[in-house]
Design a binder for this molecule. Structure first.
Ligand code: FES
Ligand code: FES
Length: 157
């Protein structure tokens, strides 16, 4: 039995029928085809599925779609301007080589923006601590930390 879910995703009003057990990440990827949000573990450990829920980073594999009725969700796709201009944090990850395979990157970027918006001027240690819920198998994290610091400056917060 389905239920009708209404919410906003990337500033667009959305209404869809969903099964009550559908995870938010599944709704985003399979129903809305927003596949920039990745699934790395499905057990709330890796952070690849991180999106913003009413402006705060959450792991969307750990939330039911029906729990976010009426909410504002932002995914990695929602960060880019209509003309293709990247969000300053995305640009900083590219500039600082804060990615290799890119699998973790959408989640890293969403978590990093949350950090900068709510804890500006964080030290390298604070950046590392904030991102401890986001796993990267490739980079060794050094350039990710540099990217977050550069992104914070570019965001001007
Ligand atoms: S897929 Fe959600 S934390 Fe890994
Ligand atoms: S860049 Fe490959 S997992 Fe992070």
């Amino acid at each position: 039995m389905t239920t009708t879910l209404s919410l906003r995703v990337n500033q667009e009003a959305i209404t869809r029928d969903v099964e009550p057990e559908t995870l938010l990440v599944t709704f985003l990827r399979e129903t809305l085809r927003l596949t920039g949000t990745h699934v790395g573990c499905d057990t709330a450990q890796c952070g690849a599925c991180t999106v913003h829920l009413n402006g705060r980073a959450v792991k969307s594999c750990n939330v039911l779609a029906v729990q976010v009725a009426g909410a504002e969700i932002t995914t990695i796709e929602g960060l880019t301007q209509p003309d293709g201009t990247m969000h300053p944090m995305q640009a900083a990850f590219r500039q600082c080589h804060g990615l290799q395979c890119g699998f973790c990157t959408p989640g890293m970027v969403m978590s990093s923006i949350d950090l900068v918006q709510h804890h500006p001027h964080g030290s390298d240690r604070e950046i590392r601590e904030h991102l401890e819920g986001n796993f990267c198998r490739c980079t060794g994290y050094q350039n990710i930390v540099k990217a977050v610091a550069a992104g914070a400056v570019a965001m001007g917060v």
